[in-house]
Design a protein around this ligand. Structure first.
Ligand SMILES: Nc1ncnc2c1ncn2[C@@H]1O[C@H](COP(=O)(O)OP(=O)(O)OP(=O)(O)O)[C@@H](O)[C@H]1O
Ligand SMILES: [Mg+2]
Length: 260
């Protein structure tokens, strides 16, 4: 039991969120174990993004608790939750459009920079070492998502699918314990989404990280996730392995549609 608790990276405990009369999430319970990929699926308006907004402190739950490695995140501000080790990407991409690909990463790395303005002016050893580290990690991140060759392009000029990859790299460079991906495959064709699945799995395999992913691309979800929960109209229908989910009649009726 103790071991199980230690292995739980993110726990959503009986969380409800009401917007006036709308019940966006209704008694949701999720346990995402450490170093796994956990999927959240469900029809439009099911409450998936709301869950991410609750985890990251944009909204406060009406009731329930959210724990990161056993420590409550509820009541903390979004930047405090980011500092605790939760990073995310957005359903509607939010990059610094007028900065280059490389600069988008450089800015995100500032969380790890500790040299002062004086170190910067005097170009002290501390400053040079940290800048060198930033350059090294940025290169590594961009290569891992296949964007290194495009490092000098403005973010706004990247095709949609590559902007999503840049958002993932930008979240990853903050060295999060938990990374939330909101529809990373949106707008991608079959080949791109297959590539993305590989990137997501590599990230999990090469980092000490837990990934929670929302997507409507079932090929990506079923390929990358260890466990999946399905929500519909704010309510949790079922949680299980990709196999369990694909064969659950309630899920097929509500979301996946009738198979052959
Ligand atoms: N700030 C808000 N104020 C009022 N209602 C909201 C707010 N945010 C979300 N909702 C409502 O909560 C419900 C869940 O929305 P949410 O964005 O979480 O759905 P979703 O599962 O992410 O859908 P999609 O797959 O379309 O992205 C919807 O009915 C939505 O209109
Ligand atoms: Mg959404």
């Amino acid at each position: 039991m103790d071991n199980y608790d230690v292995e739980c990276a993110l726990e959503i405990c009986d969380v409800c969120k009401h917007f006036g009369g709308i019940i966006a999430t209704d008694h949701i319970n999720i346990m995402a174990r450490s170093n796994t990929i956990f999927g959240i699926i469900g029809p439009n308006g099911a409450g998936k993004t709301t869950l991410f907004n609750l985890i990251t402190g944009i909204y406060k739950p009406t009731s329930g608790d959210i724990l990161l490695y056993g420590k409550s995140l509820v009541g903390k501000l979004p930047y405090e939750i980011a500092c605790e080790g939760v990073a995310r990407t957005f359903q509607n991409i939010r990059l610094f459009n007028d900065l280059t690909v490389y600069e988008n990463l450089h800015i995100a790395y500032q969380k790890s920079i500790t040299y002062t303005i004086f170190d910067g002016i005097l170009k002290t050893k501390k400053c040079k070492e940290q800048e060198a580290k930033c350059a090294e990690i940025s290169e590594q991140m961009l290569k891992s998502v296949g964007l290194w060759e495009l490092k000098d392009q403005l973010a706004r000029n990247l095709p949609y699918g590559l902007q999503r990859k840049l958002e993932i790299a930008r979240a990853l460079i903050t060295n999060p314990k938990v990374m939330l991906l909101d529809e990373p495959a949106a707008g991608m064709n079959e080949e791109e989404s297959e590539q993305l699945s590989g990137i997501i799995k590599d990230i999990r395999n090469n980092n000490d990280i837990t990934i929670i992913v929302i997507d409507h691309h079932m090929d990506v979800i079923m390929d990358v996730c260890d466990e999946i929960t399905v929500i519909n109209f704010g309510k949790q229908l079922v949680t299980g392995s990709p196999y369990d989910i694909q064969n659950n009649s309630e899920v097929i009726d509500a979301y996946l549609g009738v198979g052959d």
